[in-house]
Design a protein around this ligand. Structure first.
Ligand SMILES: Cc1cc2nc3c(=O)[nH]c(=O)nc-3n(C[C@H](O)[C@H](O)[C@H](O)COP(=O)(O)OP(=O)(O)OC[C@H]3O[C@@H](n4cnc5c(N)ncnc54)[C@H](O)[C@@H]3O)c2cc1C
Length: 363
């Protein structure tokens, strides 16, 4: 039999399956003989009061073991002999487009200007160590895309993006912890993200797709107003319908499109500043404890939202307990502090500008 419970427990109980079982037995009257396993379905931290609680939805298995997997698996069939589609860019947009193509029975051919996620890391190290930036392999370009070395936060304030459960399950299938299906503010973790990205690439190749690194699309092949393929800097052309998943740093791509009469549309962008606080300070404030987060709580987070003159100002990206890294064009600003900092970025939303102006803004 399966039963579900809403629990409000102390962090030390929430952190340990045995303690959760004991809690169910003592507080909910579950029989110690019957309970075989528990599974956490939802987890969130309530830090509003001095005593911190963790809210859990727990499934208890009585006299039976869990039969279902912790995540839902998508079946990816072999598409070696199916029509090919060119995907430009191996960021999240490109990788998920490629996986979706496989689901639809099409063969993805990914073309990525940067290096694979492991080799790319060496170029990032050079930015910090020698202040040299490889224009094709850096924090913006390379397998995994712009956020590949972040902690892979997986939540959004936006309510209009539809259901993201499928995405979370695909991440689990490729090696992310199933805790991302459970946590109110899930993140994959900087240490795990590269492996997850590699596994996604292996699925794509294993199904008959291709991934070409260090291959930059330089132009689209357009005939009679129809995209027929791409030309790359290696001299190789790839033919087929094209998905451009080049992200917002590929200014050369958008300049090429504008110069070659492809209709492009400026998009509203948000700009902001980076704030850094010592992680211990935020822990002390959020957890109301001068000793900080203790053994069982994660680095604390916060969000900030307000309206100024009719415009929304909000913390866009908060990295609890993280480190700040230099960006592609300013390699020298890596945080030198010994303590983890918590970058939070209040940003202000600007309306649509001209495409050229938006492109130059980033530079
Ligand atoms: C430091 C940092 C941390 C972030 N953290 C998070 C986070 O925790 N959670 C989150 O949801 N979002 C995060 N983001 C935002 C997230 O990374 C982006 O929203 C996301 O990467 C956009 O995906 P994309 O595939 O559209 O573009 P990108 O990730 O920019 O990928 C585009 C890819 O296309 C390639 N490319 C570009 N031009 C060409 C060309 N001409 N030929 C071939 N290849 C090309 C690039 O090399 C790149 O790999 C973070 C971003 C940054 C910079």
């Amino acid at each position: 039999m399966i039963q579900e419970y809403q629990l409000r427990v102390l962090p030390e109980v929430a952190a340990n399956e045995q303690r959760i079982k004991e809690y169910l037995i003592q507080e909910k009257g579950v029989s110690a003989r019957d309970i075989t396993a528990t599974r956490i379905l939802k987890r969130s931290i309530d830090a509003r009061q001095r005593t911190i609680f963790v809210n859990l939805t727990v499934r208890a298995y009585l006299n039976e073991l869990p039969k279902e997997k912790e995540y839902q698996e998508t079946v990816y069939h072999n598409v070696s002999d199916r029509p090919q589609v060119i995907v430009v860019g191996a960021g999240p947009g490109g990788l998920f487009a490629a996986l979706r193509l496989i689901e639809l029975g099409l063969r993805p051919v990914i073309v990525e200007r940067g290096k694979n996620v492991r080799d790319r890391k060496k170029d990032l190290a050079l930015i910090g160590r020698e202040q040299t930036v490889n224009p094709e392999s850096n924090y913006s370009f390379g397998e995994g895309g712009a956020g590949a070395y972040s902690d892979g936060k997986l939540y959004t304030r936006s309510k209009k993006r539809g259901n993201v459960d499928k995405i979370l399950n695909v991440f689990c299938q490729h090696g992310a912890s199933s805790s991302i299906l459970v946590d109110a503010h899930p993140h994959i973790g900087t240490d795990k993200l590269p492996r997850v990205i590699e596994n996604m690439r292996n699925t794509i190749i294993g199904c008959g797709g291709e991934v070409h690194f260090e291959t930059r699309m330089d132009a689209l092949i357009i005939e009679n107003d129809e995209v027929k393929g791409i030309v790359t800097d290696t001299g190789r052309t790839f033919l087929g319908p094209v998905i451009l998943a080049t992200g917002h740093s590929a200014r050369d791509v958008y300049r090429w499109l504008a110069a070659n009469g492809v209709e492009i549309e400026a998009k509203g962008i948000a700009v902001g500043v980076r704030l850094e606080h010592p992680a211990s300070l935020i822990d002390r404030i959020q957890y109301h404890n001068r000793n900080g987060r203790g053994k069982y709580l994660p680095a604390a987070e916060y969000s900030f939202v307000t309206q100024v003159d009719g415009r929304g100002v909000y913390s866009f990206c908060m990295c609890p307990g993280g480190f700040s890294s230099g960006s592609q064009r300013s390699p020298a600003n890596r945080s030198q502090r010994n303590e983890p900092q918590q970058p939070g970025v209040p940003v202000e939303q600007f309306g649509n500008g001209s495409g050229a102006a938006s492109g130059r803004l980033g530079e």
